[in-house]
Ligand binder design. Structure first.
Ligand SMILES: [Zn+2]
Length: 308
């Protein structure tokens, strides 16, 4: 019998951070858990039929998951296999197994679509009774598997009520959850500001207010959540737009420090000028660019860049 104390629940969710092996991203299980936590905060029932949520889950994996082929249809993976982590339950699981599994140890898709899944009941009751814990777990999962720039988009995609993040009673708990994110090195931002002369490495954007830079951010090429270091050879100074584009994989880097824009990006007018037209241009507008570690560029290329 599992004792679902808040500390135990947080620890169990944290052990999902196994994807750091070899730096390969596997956010399928975290995305299913985020989806299910959003359901709890909206007061929806514990169990949900896979066929009813498959499209939504596939969409989450396609939008926030790695840029692999065959991403569509992969929602069945976490919905079935998360049971092994003890955080998910399919009441008909034994009967489904008796009916036969395929080579991936998964049931036929038609069978799975009729199955219902959800948090184990004892865990579900704890989560329903403690919405602050759900919020804490959401922040913990996002911080553990994605860059900070994904937070708002993931919260919106899983339908977390905005009010959940503003209630005073939650403030301390959210602050606690944020500590799951590794502490940031302020020297990283300073080094990048110096190195790139305060200008976005892609577009040259530079603005100051009260003599402080505005609208430029320190971006990691290999994500901090994936173990990327706070060193200038893993960083770019980017404006807000190009930081988002890098983190979402719409903007990538070639080994010769030129910029590439994902082929799926469609933009016209000013958006074309600010995004697509940088394809093929050198970082830092052709000036002497700081040395970036090719290993971090290769990681971003394999795990984040939207090559299709
Ligand atoms: Zn820019």
């Amino acid at each position: 019998m599992t004792d679902w104390t808040p500390a135990h629940i947080q620890a169990r969710f944290a052990t999902l951070n196994t994807w750091r092996r070899a730096g390969v991203r596997a956010p399928h299980k975290p995305l299913l858990l985020l989806f299910a936590l959003g359901r709890i905060l909206r007061g929806e029932p514990r169990l949900v039929r896979f066929g009813d949520v498959e499209r939504h889950l596939d969409g989450l994996i396609a939008e926030f998951g790695p840029p692999r082929k065959h991403t569509r249809g992969r929602a069945r993976y976490p919905f079935w296999h998360l049971c092994n982590d003890g955080l998910w339950e399919l009441p008909q699981r034994a009967a489904i197994i008796a009916g036969g599994l395929d080579r991936s140890n998964e049931p036929p898709i038609a069978v799975l679509r009729e199955a219902r899944g959800g948090f184990p009941e004892a865990l579900h009751l704890q989560l329903v009774a403690q919405p602050w814990l759900c919020v804490t777990l959401i922040e913990q999962l996002i911080a553990g598997h994605f860059p900070a720039s994904y937070r708002e988009d993931i919260r919106a995609a899983i339908g977390v009520p905005h009010s959940a993040f503003h209630a005073k009673v939650l403030a301390e708990q959210v602050a606690r959850a944020m500590r799951f994110a590794a502490p940031r090195d302020p020297a990283f931002r300073k080094a990048l500001l110096d190195m790139w002369s305060g200008r976005c490495a892609v577009c040259g954007f530079e603005a100051r207010y009260a003599d402080r830079p505005f609208g430029v951010e320190a971006a990691h090429i290999k994500w901090h959540a994936a173990g990327g270091p706070d060193t200038p050879d893993n960083g770019l100074l980017l404006c807000v737009l190009h930081h988002r584009a890098l983190d979402r994989g719409l903007l990538g880097l070639r080994a010769d420090n030129t910029i590439k824009i994902a082929p799926g990006v469609h933009a016209e007018g000013v958006a074309r000028q600010r995004l697509v037209d940088f394809d093929g241009r050198p970082l830092g507008d052709g000036g002497p660019a700081p040395a970036l570690d090719p290993a971090f560029i290769a990681w971003h290329d394999a795990q984040v860049y939207r090559c299709r």
